[in-house]
Design a protein around this ligand. Structure first.
Ligand code: PEP
Ligand code: MG
Length: 756
């Protein structure tokens, strides 16, 4: 049975389109179960009816026309009860509803199972048979299993709305596609598919004899692509900082004659023409990268593909496609590399959507730094159909909408306009203190990574950096940056914000963040070799980084060093010991540098319960609520499947946060929050009420949080905190906080949280 099941799922997944997938599904299930009928009814949400979308055994004409209300007939019963109904004679059931158009008169035995996806009934699968008999347990189990396996296909059909639109050509229903937020913000614009100018996959093998002619063609293409990358880098320098140029250096190094080209030449020497040789090399690298478990390394496949396409485009120069970019581009692609993004004039890019990719892809990092609303990993999005279509990008929720109704579009237009006017209105708060209406002050700092973040942060009046993610400058390179390279990068951060403090986190790789040149392959990376664990095992990497930080701080003295993913006091002590050693070394070199404050991040449950012991040993604590929420709730922060369960208002998270601040203060140490919670007005106010000294967030949220702080009184947020601490449901807490803030006149600041 398992084999049959696997075959059906495979076949259905390979079907050309959704209607054929459903037809195939009905046919294969009927054959596998030896029944006379298999039908699939799908929920049409708009009409609130189950529509017969495919059937083997019922009349063909009925498909797409016959439907049942939500409580109508046995199909409605299955939907309401959300469990199988297995009857030896459907005719004798009081709920049986005869549908003349289907020709179902002769079928007595009935088995219907709901098709469930994320707790929602999407439709019903039914098998029927002439005989009066009950389907046995194994048959029931088979149908339940297949319906669960195929629910993803049906979810796609359901989400795209394409099926129902077919039934009524005039019905152009909105389609919603869910992915992950890559960069917050909303945008409306026209899709521009950045499809490859040249298609490597279609290049055939071709034998050649004139080897040097082929090598000359390659050299010419290489020269042109190198120039293209340099031009892009120059253009990027205007919108990004100089340090981000490293991204382009990686490209140039891949084009170095000893790197990819050397492999291509080897194939040419074996008698393959240049285009075929290029395809072979790119394919091999892409396959290698794509097989890696590590999502970051998988991303690098996109870079190699991009370079391959660029080279091929020059080799086939007559085929170059010139894309016309409208004023309101929503860039679309399977993967969009950072250089591809740079190719489009910034003022034309409203949003970005990719079907693959993750929050940590280069492109997403750059998009966040540039403030472009972005949704990544929208697996179900039919890219080709989106080209030139009007699309809404909801980077707050990680959702894409096509065929939006006039009303929905209007709602988004309002959100975009309100966001813009909100930001414009908030600018006047730039130099105002972050203090409540009754005078309690909190420090608001920013999280940075790229140089580009510096200007955006200063424009918003940040009081320093609460988290500088040093892994980002490491990620945009193809080798470890040297001590001197690091010193230069760090110096730029430190001097831009001086005299405000800059909290530099030591290299935090592992989990979903890794370096191409330092691969970490693990079954379960989030529970593996991450953060401080990696750097304590590699003191040579750690020491270079610390020395670079210390040297960069010379004469500024605004450096703070922070350790990620600490789970025990031993790790903190060990790291402190190394930092002290590095400090002595730097002083021995004759530099007058003060020993910086050292702190630890509280990101795992173990450190919550060690908070006091840790606070005794270090100068400050900072809570990374992104990871803390993930580890407390056992919910992968990047997994769309469980995204609904990832809730930082969960009582366990709130109580842990309260415990940490109390413990730190018992030891007289300051404590901050640098996860996303700090940048969301509702949770930021709760954190302030708990007593957190500093909130550090993405620059785009800083003025919103400041506005929220300035509009409330401490008595109000303390009362709110006490109320939510007594609640036991995270969803209820989130809604309650929103409600109370709306009542307090803060609805403008919460708008993006609302479901549309
Ligand atoms: C966190 O985990 O909350 C945090 C700030 O670190 P990162 O998001 O970089 O893992
Ligand atoms: Mg973290």
């Amino acid at each position: 049975m398992l084999d049959i099941l696997r075959r059906i799922v495979q076949e259905v997944n390979n079907a050309a389109d959704i209607p054929s997938a459903l037809d195939l599904m009905a046919k294969r299930v009927r054959d596998a179960m030896g029944t006379e009928v298999c039908s699939i009814y799908l929920l049409n949400e708009e009409e609130q009816r189950y529509v017969l979308m495919a059937s083997e055994g019922l009349k063909r004409e009925a498909v797409g026309h016959v439907s049942l209300g939500l409580s109508e007939g046995l199909v409605g019963q299955v939907g309401q009860r959300e469990e199988p109904i297995n009857l030896e004679d459907a005719f004798s059931h009081p709920k049986f509803h005869y549908l003349a158009e289907t020709g179902e008169d002769p079928f007595h035995a009935f088995l219907g199972v709901p098709v469930m996806h994320h707790g929602q009934v999407l439709g019903i699968m039914v098998v029927q048979q002439r005989d009066v008999r009950r389907f046995d347990q194994s048959e029931e189990a088979f149908l339940v299993t297949i319906s669960a396996q195929l629910s993803a296909v049906i979810a796609h059909a359901h989400a795209s709305g394409a099926l129902f639109a077919q039934m009524d050509a005039s019905a152009d229903l909105p389609s919603f596609y869910d992915g992950l937020s890559g960069s917050p913000g909303a945008a409306i614009g026209h899709g521009v598919l950045l499809f490859p100018a040249a298609d490597l996959a279609s290049v055939p093998d071709r034998p050649i004899t004139d080897i040097s002619a082929e090598i000359a063609l390659l050299d010419d293409a290489l020269m042109r692509v190198r120039q293209e990358v340099r031009d892009l880098a120059e253009r990027a320098a205007k919108s990004l900082g100089t340090e981000e140029q490293a991204l382009f250096d990686v490209y140039l190094r891949m084009l170095d004659r000893h790197a990819l080209p050397a492999e291509v030449i080897a194939h040419i020497r074996d008698g393959q023409w240049v285009q075929g040789a290029l395809r072979m090399v790119v394919d091999a690298h892409v396959r290698n990268f794509e097989m890696m478990d590590d999502p970051y390394l998988r991303e690098r496949a996109a870079d190699v593909k991009d370079l391959g396409r660029r080279l091929l485009a020059h080799l086939q120069s007559q085929n170059r496609r010139h894309i016309v970019f409208p004023e309101d581009c929503i860039l679309l692609g399977e993967d969009i590399s950072a250089p591809m993004l740079m190719e489009v004039p910034r003022e034309r890019v409203r949003g970005i959507v990719t079907t693959r990719g993750s929050r940590n892809s280069h492109m997403a990092i750059v998009a966040r730094a540039m403030g472009i609303p972005t949704v990544v990993g929208v697996q179900n999005l039919p890219l080709k159909q989106m080209d030139d279509k009007e699309i809404i990008v909801d980077g707050f929720r990680g959702r894409v909408v096509a065929n939006a109704s006039a009303e929905l579009k209007h709602q988004f237009e309002e959100i975009i306009a309100e966001e813009a006017s909100l930001q414009a209105g908030l600018e006047k708060l730039r130099d105002e203190p972050a203090e409540t209406a009754d005078g309690t002050r909190i420090q608001l700092q920013v999280n940075t990574g790229l140089m580009t973040d510096i200007n955006r942060s200063l424009e918003r009046g940040a009081e320093g950096v609460g988290l500088y993610r040093t892994e980002i400058p490491f990620m945009v390179r193809d080798r470890f940056p040297s001590e001197e390279e690091q010193r230069v990068i760090y110096r730029e951060q430190l001097s831009a914000f001086a005299p405000h403090p800059v909290t530099m986190r030591t290299l935090d790789v592992g989990g979903d963040k890794s370096l191409t040149y330092f691969p970490i392959e693990e079954e379960n990376p989030f529970l593996g070799w991450r953060g401080i664990r990696v750097t304590l095992d590699h003191p040579e990497i750690f020491m270079v980084q610390i020395r670079a930080m210390l040297k960069a701080s010379e004469g500024l003295d605004n450096l703070r060093i922070m350790l990620p993913m600490v789970t025990s006091v031993f790790e903190a002590e060990e790291a402190q010991h190394l930092i002290h050693r590095a400090w002595l070394e730097v002083r021995d070199e004759g530099l007058e540098v003060a020993m910086p404050p050292v702190g630890v991040m509280i990101e795992v449950p173990a450190s919550v319960y060690q908070a006091r012991a840790l606070a005794q040993r270090v100068d400050f604590l900072s809570v990374g609520t992104n990871d803390l929420t993930q580890y407390l709730l056992a919910v992968d922060r990047n997994n769309r499947q469980v995204a609904d369960l990832y809730n930082s208002y969960h009582p366990a998270v709130l109580h842990a946060l309260l415990h940490v601040v109390e413990q730190a203060h018992e030891e007289g140490k300051t404590v901050s929050v640098c996860g996303e919670m700090a940048g969301e007005p509702g949770s930021a106010l709760l954190l302030m009420a708990m007593g957190y000294n500093v909130l550090s967030m993405n620059a785009s949220n800083l003025l919103k949080v400041k506005a929220a702080v300035r509009q409330v009184k401490v008595s109000f947020i303390r009362k709110l905190l006490n109320e939510v601490l007594a609640m036991d449901n995270g969803e209820v807490i989130a809604s309650y906080v929103d409600l109370q803030l709306e009542k307090a006149g803060l609805s403008d600041l919460l708008r993006h949280r609302k479901n549309i």
